[in-house]
Design a protein around this ligand. Sequence first.
Ligand SMILES: Nc1ncnc2c1ncn2[C@@H]1O[C@H](COP(=O)(O)OP(=O)(O)OP(=O)(O)O)[C@@H](O)[C@H]1O
Ligand SMILES: [Mg+2]
Length: 280
Amino acid sequence: MIDPPTVRLPTARPSAPTLLRASRVTMEFGGLAALREVSFGLAEREVLGLIGPNGAGKTTLFNCLTGLYTPTAGAVTLRGRALPRDSARVTESGVARTFQNIRLFPTMTVQENVLVGRHVRMRQGVLSSLLHGRGFRRSEAEAANRASQLLEFVGLTTVSDELANNLSYGDQRRLEIARALATDPSVLLLDEPTAGMNAAETENTRRLILAIREQGIAVVVIEHDTKFIFSLCDRVLVLVQGAVLVEGGADEVQGDPRVIEAYLGAPPSDVDALIHGGRA
Ligand SMILES: Nc1ncnc2c1ncn2[C@@H]1O[C@H](COP(=O)(O)OP(=O)(O)OP(=O)(O)O)[C@@H](O)[C@H]1O
Ligand SMILES: [Mg+2]
């Protein structure tokens, strides 16, 4: 993996331009409101944490931010413009994501999985692709080059020819990040990127996310591991039963009694981290 940044970067300033904005996003399934008027802004170079108990609506919010779901009410904008309605066009417009339940192509190699992400940015026409013309070959070579760079960035160079299926769980999660980065996003949404990882892998992922931010990409990260969230994020948004309970700086949110209360039903380790401070 590339050298992680040794110093914490200056955090996003409140005056930094807003990249992504959700305004009163509501998502109903039948009679159930999974999201209720959720609003937040994501600034450039910001790492925003999204936490909340199981079923709070975190993944549903990502689905609304990526065109998988069309909110029942409310709006999502990217640089002030309405987000396209379908997920392929959302990716093209610069919002990429990973999934809580890993979605790789298991029988393709690691490198090929990243190339799939890269194809979003390839502009070769269908005819050129079919004829395998010079332009096609050049852009294929560029894509392969970029895929190799990304695999080095996430620390998967040595397994680039393995089938994705053969990777450890932690490596599969890193591969999903590489594939998302291959689309050249300005916003990256990570749904539980450290689920199933041990402490060392989790720390590597924390550093990887800081390195991603250093490249000018804003990140929203969902995690149940509050220690991870509070040591990584500039700001944290707490969702409970589909609504924003608290939003603020990591220190502020960590000590908020409403947040501690919302987590009382959660595993004791989570509550402990909230009460006693989770900073590494
Ligand atoms: N497609 C759907 N159809 C019906 N209900 C849904 C759908 N997607 C999500 N829900 C419901 O919306 C609520 C929020 O689910 P969501 O998956 O967003 O929670 P979450 O915060 O990501 O939880 P977890 O921490 O367990 O991943 C749940 O009650 C869930 O059952
Ligand atoms: Mg979820």
